[in-house]
Design a protein around this ligand. Structure first.
Ligand code: IMP
Ligand code: MG
Length: 190
């Protein structure tokens, strides 16, 4: 998609910025894990589908530490632009988490409810350590006390689309992160 999508209000982070920042994060985080004393020297990367895909792919290409990967599907948005505040596991992990060092990869943290739930859930399954990296953080929107350990970009109160972020499951394939022109959504037809 080289032309700007009509639902884009403004491109906030372009593809070069995403690549550069993700590379920095991956190298910082690799270094962090190298400084820890970890069983098997292996971290479990857990991607929260479906939004994590472009970020996680970019991150993994630059992550220089032993890892295995797993994925989880959570639902918090019911297709609209607001979280319903009641995260549910739609698809669970297969991995045994006992004693594992886990790095969760997320596209965006908004209320924090999803990750707060997931983090507790991993500790209940006896993970040794749970860290979070998110491409985007919206700290203003927080409803619970949940902070990412690393974040790529901070953004205010905007509904975002692109680079994994969806509106009605679409637009995840835009190669940039943009604010959505929400004034068009009421009468929007795909
Ligand atoms: P939270 O539980 O409110 O932190 O929301 C987390 C989830 O809501 C993210 O994983 C996204 O899937 C979704 N989300 C939050 N903000 C946005 C946005 O601006 N655009 C699209 N999805 C979003
Ligand atoms: Mg998500």
């Amino acid at each position: 998609m080289s032309k700007k999508h009509p639902l884009v209000k403004k491109v906030l982070i372009d593809s070069d910025q995403i690549k550069k920042r993700t590379k920095e994060l991956a190298s910082q985080i690799s270094e962090y894990y190298r400084s820890q004393n970890i069983n098997d020297n292996t971290v479990l990367l857990v991607g929260l589908l479906k939004g994590c895909i472009p970020f996680m792919a970019e991150f993994m290409n630059n992550f220089d530490y032993e890892c295995d990967t797993d994925y989880m599907v959570m639902s918090s948005y019911q297709g609209g632009t607001k979280a319903d505040g009641n995260p549910k596991i739609v698809l669970d992990l297969n991995s045994n988490l006992k004693g594992r060092h886990i790095l969760i990869l997320e596209d965006v943290i908004d209320s924090g409810l999803t990750l707060d739930f997931v983090k507790r859930y991993f500790y209940n399954r006896q993970a040794a350590d749970v860290k979070i990296v998110t491409l985007i953080d919206k700290p203003m929107k927080r409803k619970v006390d949940l902070q990412p350990d690393w974040s790529g970009f901070e953004i205010g109160d905007e509904f975002l689309i692109g680079f994994g972020l969806d509106y009605q499951e679409r637009l995840r394939n835009l190669p940039y992160v943009a604010s959505c022109d929400v004034s068009k959504l009421k009468d929007w037809k795909w």
